[in-house]
Design a protein around this ligand. Structure first.
Ligand code: DAT
Ligand code: MG
Length: 153
């Protein structure tokens, strides 16, 4: 059986401004993933810099920080078997123009600087990012009645 994992997803300001919050959450929820954290708000510059610290010094770092802080984002935590990889493959490649059709970035995006959504890329980053955005909030542990139709014992 696959390991149950938690992963951080951000609907970036372009996704919020374009009215795609529901579409994006629906796609993730329909896969069977369980939502255990959800918040909307403007990400502070300090948090954005920490979140994207691995890209510090790259040419796009400052514009990436301005973009992610330019308006409200939706931050969420999703849970499920192999959730980290499952969400990354549902999101698609970093560059929407190269993303596989059917992925969120391909279906709604065109350019790398407006690629709509962030998802943690591994266990260490998921743990770090969930703590960065939801560190103070206790996340619920629960099962849904539908889970027996989605998850094997
Ligand atoms: P991902 O978001 O798929 O994990 P990443 O961690 O490599 O991709 O980069 C973080 C974000 O930075 C990405 O979603 C968009 C932006 N970005 C990455 N590479 C870029 C580039 N070459 N030019 C402009 N923006 C870039
Ligand atoms: Mg990344």
């Amino acid at each position: 059986m696959a390991d149950t994992q938690r992963t951080l997803v951000i609907i970036k300001p372009d996704g919020v401004q374009r009215g795609l919050i529901g579409e994006i959450i629906t796609r993730l929820e329909r896969r069977g993933l369980r939502l255990v954290g959800l918040n909307i708000g403007v990400i502070s510059e300090a948090t954005a810099r920490k979140h994207y610290a691995e890209h510090e010094g790259k040419g796009f770092y400052n514009s990436l920080v301005s973009y992610i802080t330019s308006g409200p984002s939706v931050t969420m935590v999703l849970e499920g078997p192999d959730a980290i990889g499952v969400v990354r493959s549902t999101v698609g490649s970093t560059r929407p123009a190269e993303a596989a059709p059917g992925t969120i970035r391909a279906d709604y995006g065109l350019t790398v600087g407006r690629n709509l959504i962030h998802a943690s890329d591994g266990e260490a980053s998921a743990e770090r990012e969930v703590a960065l955005f939801f560190g103070d909030a206790p996340l619920p542990t629960y099962t849904r009645d539908i889970d027996r139709w989605i998850l094997e014992d």
